[in-house]
Write a protein that binds this ligand. Structure first.
Ligand code: SF4
Length: 703
């Protein structure tokens, strides 16, 4: 008798926002072999180094597999009772402002939906924020200002039909590799030009036709100058501007003040006029242009203005929503978009609705919610500062590691110790947050066990399907939330038996009293039965009840989601000058490396991935390094006003003087004393609340 070949399970990668389809074939012993899914329309079978190594990361070593209270193993009943009791007591004593939930862009949409519903509809607290605040909230804010909704207008295929791709603050070759491979393949096939705007000479810049190594923070000046050049050169699509937008003249007038001519732009960017002119000529001369942007734009104290400066030039030229054209936000995490869709940010309600009276009432009626949050809650940085001040007393962290990833990480860690009630649900072995005093630890299911959906950067909803059994007593996050809700007296509203039931409710809410007024509408998916949900093919939204299906773009013919259906130009502002930080003359830029993901709880298990860049480091120009007394390959003690980290020195002859770079991945758990987030200042964008992780004043000295 011959054994049947195991069947590959179609699922999605748990890392970046490209959202690649993965085929996982379980080996029957807790492992699986991994391949790209040739039928997934976002990656067509490709995987990057991280995705290809997923099979090496499935070990259960040291994993939290049973609930714990105060470090002791507990039953689920005991742990859930204690978790619910703590929130009930804090609510009764201090009100809904004193409780908070901190989520993750790696949760599935169903988990996110359940968490958001419990807190915003049933406990009356909008203190629901997520590590996506650190990732793309400036894009959300920029989209809402310009489009009236958080809409990504384009699709990945536009990268293959564009004549010019402009990557701003994006090292896609390392951070969105499969998408970058699609761009390079398009260039080989049809001669697409690629421009990279980045203060660092990255792997992406190496592949570009033109790299503008501009001064950090000068993007607003550059795109203001481009708007002026387009206007003066006769490249404005006046018909589109007149028919579908408002505010053009005011935005242009402000741009003229900021960037009157090439010389002003060149001075602001620290570049030669010829380099600026070369970029402007390419942009003006190519009809099909996609501008992709990522953390160099978002993680900034002017992040929202940077996003709007980019959107302005696309609106002015009418290059939006048509094939091969548009501004394009690349999200960092696998389900940052799904989190946005359920309202998993403190300034969103649900299904892309905000905290206006009509939306609050609509969502209240849909949920039959007894205690709706009435106003926006605290965003990530503010949330942890409120914990430090004792204003938030009870916190639930799900699937993320704020003690290692938030700015001023040492202060965050200290603040966590002040909580009366601290619950963590986690699917990793150990991390800085689990060891920062969590009283109740709940074992959540991990990738390979989880069952639900994620949405990638091109609005495509894909299934994450389980191919391994739930280990120990681990449970899905949505299930854990529903059981806590039950104990708080809301069982009927959280009575889902499967992830699919939670998803259908979320889909129905998106269509509830919508009538085309809101961009996010997946009403067609509310009608899936269990089998159809299980078999759901990757689906781009909108997926409305009557006209579901197919590839979709927004705004080619206007139809924005503002009151008058017109897009708004935004008069953007350059950064205010900051007072010099005596003795700390270097500007620290933080980011990812090619083969690690966030705080390495999964990628850190793969020896293959660890071999690329095996230890924490500081990239610095040789001139700055020598001036600081450092040696290439030695160690530096890097210090800011907030903390210190000891990092290996790498002299980088391509680095701009005054600018240093360090990766974000190492933590106290993995490399004591090298946690870069401890250095990062807690400066945030005034509109989006996103922390500026690219410009902390630091000093470096030999160890
Ligand atoms: Fe995963 Fe992103 Fe790599 Fe695709 S590109 S395999 S989604 S990490």
């Amino acid at each position: 008798p011959h054994e049947r070949e195991p069947t590959p399970v179609r699922t999605a990668c748990p890392y970046c926002g490209v959202g690649c389809g993965v085929l996982a074939t379980p080996d029957g012993a807790g492992g699986a072999s991994i391949a790209g899914d040739p039928a997934h329309p976002s990656n067509f079978g490709r995987l990057c180094s991280k995705g290809a190594a997923l099979g090496e990361t499935l070990s259960l070593d040291g994993r939290l597999l049973h609930p714990e209270i105060e470090g002791r193993r507990a039953s689920w009943d005991e742990a859930l009772d204690a978790a619910a009791r703590g929130f009930r007591e804090t609510l009764d004593r201090h009100g809904p402002e004193a409780i908070a939930l901190y989520l993750s862009g790696q949760l599935l949409t169903e988990d996110y939906y359940a968490a958001n519903k419990l807190f915003k509809g049933f406990l009356g607290s909008a203190n629901v924020d997520t590590n996506s605040r650190l990732c793309m909230s400036s894009s959300v804010a920029g989209h809402k200002r310009a489009f009236g909704a958080d809409t990504v207008p384009g699709v990945y295929r536009d990268l293959e039909t564009a004549d010019l791709l402009v990557l701003v603050g994006s090292n896609a070759a390392w951070c969105h590799p499969v998408l970058h491979q699609r761009m390079l393949a398009a260039r080989a096939a049809r001669g697409t030009r690629i421009v990279v705007l980045d203060p660092r000479r990255t792997a992406t810049a190496d592949e570009a036709d033109l790299h503008l190594q501009l001064r950090g923070g000068s993007d607003v000046a550059l795109f203001s100058g481009l708007l002026v050049a387009l206007a003066d050169g006769g490249f404005v699509d006046q018909a589109y501007v007149d028919a579908h937008t408002s505010g053009f003249q005011a935005a242009l007038a402000r741009a003229r003040e900021i960037a009157p001519d090439l010389a002003a732009v060149a001075a602001a960017c620290g570049l030669a006029e010829a380099e600026i002119a070369a970029f402007f000529d390419l942009f003006a001369g190519a009809e099909r242009v996609v501008t992709l942007y990522s953390q160099g734009v978002n993680q900034s104290a002017q992040g929202t203005d940077k996003v709007n400066a980019i959107i302005n030039v696309h609106l002015a030229t009418g290059r939006i929503g048509r094939e091969g054209m548009g501004p394009f936000s690349l999200t960092g995490q696998p389900n940052a978009m799904g989190g946005r869709e359920v309202g998993g940010l403190a300034n969103q309600l649900a299904a892309h609705m905000g905290f206006d009276a009509a939306s609050i009432d609509r969502v209240r009626r849909f949920w039959d919610a007894p205690r709706m949050a009435r106003a926006e809650g605290r965003m990530a940085v503010d949330m942890f500062e409120a914990i430090d001040r004792g204003e938030i007393r009870a916190l639930w962290v799900m699937g993320t590691n704020p003690a290692a990833s938030l700015p001023r990480a040492d202060a965050v860690r200290k603040a966590l110790a002040k909580l009366d009630h601290f619950v963590v649900s986690e699917n990793v072995a150990s991390n800085d947050t689990l060891t920062a005093g969590a009283k109740i630890r709940l074992p959540a299911s991990a990738w390979g066990e989880k069952d639900g959906t994620v949405t990638n950067s091109e609005r495509r909803i894909s299934r994450q399907r389980p191919f391994l059994p739930l280990p120990g007593e681990a449970r899905p996050d949505w299930w854990i939330i529903a059981r806590v809700a039950e104990r708080l007296g809301f069982g009927a509203a959280f009575a889902w038996r499967t992830a699919g039931e939670a998803f259908r409710e979320h889909a129905a809410l998106s269509a509830f009293e919508n009538g085309g007024a809101r961009d996010f509408d997946i009403g067609a998916l509310a009608e899936l039965d269990d089998d159809a949900y299980d078999a759901l093919e990757p689906t781009q939204w909108p997926a409305k009840r009557r006209d579901a299906g197919g590839e979709t773009r927004f705004f080619a013919e206007g139809g924005f989601f503002t009151g008058d259906r017109r897009a708004r130009f935004v008069a953007v502002e350059p950064p205010a000058s900051r007072p010099p930080d005596a003795g700390r003359t270097l500007r620290l830029n933080t980011g990812r490396i090619r083969d690690q993901w966030h705080t390495m709880t999964r990628t850190g298990r793969s020896p293959r991935l660890a071999s690329h860049l095996p230890e924490p480091f500081l990239e610095i120009s040789p001139r700055d390094g020598l001036r600081a007394g450092l040696t290439d390959g030695g160690f530096a003690r890097v210090s800011s006003a907030h903390g210190e980290a000891v990092l290996r020195v790498r002299f980088d002859p391509t680095a701009r003087d005054g600018a240093v770079f360090a990766p974000i991945h190492w933590t106290e758990e993995t490399s004591s004393g090298a946690r870069v987030a401890a250095l990062v200042h807690a400066v945030t964008d005034p509109v989006s609340g996103q922390p500026d992780a690219k410009a902390t004043a630091v000093a470096a000295a030999p160890v």
